[in-house]
Write a protein that binds this ligand. Sequence first.
Ligand code: SF4
Ligand code: SF4
Length: 135
Amino acid sequence: MPVFYECQRCTACCRWPGQVRLAEGEIARLAGHLGVSEHEFIQQHTRLTDDRRGLCLNDKANGECTFLEGDDCSVQPVKPQQCRDFPNLWNFPGFRESCRALPKLVSNREFVERAAAATGRPIWEIRVPGKDDAA
Ligand code: SF4
Ligand code: SF4
């Protein structure tokens, strides 16, 4: 059975080092939410990714995401897909040392439904972990 991780909104993933890559359409959505032009948004809130192939969100001097305000994401309704997908559709070895999401054993169907709800993705985009690994 797959494990679904219930996010506890601890915001650790908004504080650790890394890059929040911006996918197509996300700049326009974030800029619209903030009421600034896409150009202004890019200038104020983004930088080149390390591989120079795209843009990612800026960090504050202390390493936090530019949009973390206290214990809240200030762009929650339009936060990037990369943020929504963690930790159920992507994570990394040892992530649970920092992430407080609660693991729940669920059926394949429940995983798909819950991951779709958590990430905003359609159910046909949800891959159940481990299901096709033997192929
Ligand atoms: S955009 Fe929001 S959810 Fe994503 S890292 Fe920044 S503060 Fe966290
Ligand atoms: S995904 Fe994990 S680290 Fe990020 S806010 Fe949720 S519980 Fe915290």
